[in-house]
Design a protein around this ligand. Structure first.
Ligand SMILES: Cc1ncc(COP(=O)(O)O)c(C=O)c1O
Length: 408
């Protein structure tokens, strides 16, 4: 991967700062910024009117949904729900899908989730829904499918699971989970927020029923996207005004509508992934679009693996450091979100020392409260998290290692 080409697409990367808190929020593409401006200058009217500018604006936004559907391999743009954030989209889903659930029905959540995919299900306890917890093996910090089999029952309505943990970086076996869940007649709702910045999303291949991710962590603006299987979206009651009909998918899940200018900018994300392909494989521009996306993400995954390996190799040499999660950079096992604790220092002390080097890393529980509580990491102020993406460089990782080396 030509790293300077990649970095040139992100204007903020030319500032003298090393961004390594990308799982909190990534830097934004220049083309995202351009498109927000373009929308305001050309299409900033209310949708649905008969005049030309309104019709053009509507067409531009439906083009974005089409593009996003292709990007994540949804069958129809109607399956793309655009919202304020992943948290809010999951909350809307939990309210709408549970309307017909009865007291005693069950939901399974994991102890590796960000609260976004927990609180909205836990709150259904008020109407008698039972929430069971699927825990990682405390030694390996990995999920075991046998444990899920024991929790599933004929009363299970839905399993909520994170695709990649925003603490551990571990990639969970979503397709295998989907098979088990569907065999019991339940639905699978996956939080892909910490996965989507690193690998190509393919909702059909994953065989998920619902899948959310946040575009401000995938090089775009502050918004969330939720995929839902069309027949399920159609069956559910909506969350909009009484006159918005059941057939009006996805609008019935988008109360108050979505943000038009930011939505318009989202198209720049798949275009960027396509650009990575076309730049690196100049003689191969005619291949189908999803093959292009895949080849770009292959480059991204290789770059990320090198970055992760460099940092993990260093951390593995430190006797006082305990890596939380997979100890090597293998791209099929993890994304480069790397967390650790130190025997002597609190996580807050380490991060505060690194701040002085103009490198942004972070400590805490990252709203993944249960895994931090279950692994008793709270006394350490949570973990130190270094979250890398493909635009980080080996030199930047070297600079972080040099900073750590002063005191670790
Ligand atoms: C794994 C994971 N899920 C969900 C969220 C919540 O996303 P949003 O801020 O879009 O609600 C985050 C945010 O940090 C996250 O890391």
């Amino acid at each position: 991967m030509d790293i300077s080409f990649v970095r040139n697409q992100f204007p903020a990367l030319s500032n003298n700062f090393t961004f390594m808190d990308n799982a909190g929020g990534s830097q934004v593409l220049g083309t995202v910024i351009d498109r927000i401006r373009e929308y305001f200058l050309n299409y900033n009217v209310q949708l649905g009117a008969s005049y030309e500018v309104s019709a053009n604006a509507g067409k531009k936004l439906s083009d974005v949904s089409e593009k996003l559907a292709t990007f994540i391999n949804a069958k129809s743009p109607k399956e793309i729900i655009i919202g304020h954030s992943s948290t809010l989209l999951l909350r809307i889903l939990s309210i709408c899908i549970s309307k017909n659930w009865k007291s005693g029905d069950e939901v399974i959540v994991t102890n590796s989730e960000h609260e976004a995919n927990v609180s909205c299900w836990n709150d259904l306890k008020e109407k008698g829904i039972i929430v069971k917890i699927w825990k990682v093996n405390p030694q390996t910090l990995e999920f075991e499918l046998e444990q899920l089999s024991k929790l599933l029952s004929s009363k299970t309505k839905l399993v909520a699971m994170v695709h990649a943990s925003n603490i551990l970086g571990t990639i969970n076996p979503i397709r295998e989970v989907a098979k088990l869940v569907h065999d019991t007649g339940a639905y699978l709702c996956v939080d892909g927020v910490a996965y989507a910045p690193h690998r190509l999303v393919d909702v059909q291949m994953f065989d998920v029923d619902f899948y959310v991710f946040s575009t401000y962590k995938t090089f775009g603006p502050h918004m969330g996207i939720m995929y839902g299987r069309l027949n399920l979206l159609r069956e559910m009651d909506g969350f909009n005004h009484y006159f918005i009909t059941k057939e009006d998918v996805p609008y019935k899940f988008q109360p108050g509508n979505f943000n038009f200018e930011l939505t318009y900018s989202l198209q720049a994300i798949p275009e960027y992934i396509e650009l990575i392909h076309d730049y690196h494989y100049v003689n191969d521009k005619a291949i189908p679009i999803r093959e292009k996306y895949q080849k770009s993400y292959d480059l991204i995954a290789s770059q990320e693996q090198e970055l992760a390996a460099k940092l993990l190799d260093y951390l593995n040499t430190k006797k006082e450091v305990h890596i939380i999660g997979c100890r090597n950079g293998a791209k099929d096992k993890r994304v480069p979100t790397i967390s650790f604790i130190h025997n002597k220092y609190k996580s807050s002390e380490i991060v505060e020392k690194v701040d002085a080097y103009n490198i942004g890393i972070r400590y805490g529980d990252f709203y993944a409260k249960k895994i931090i509580e279950d692994t008793e990491l709270i006394q350490k102020d949570g973990v130190v998290r270094v979250s890398l993406v493909h635009y980080n460089t080996l030199e930047e990782v070297g600079a972080l290692i040099n900073a750590f080396e002063k005191f670790l």
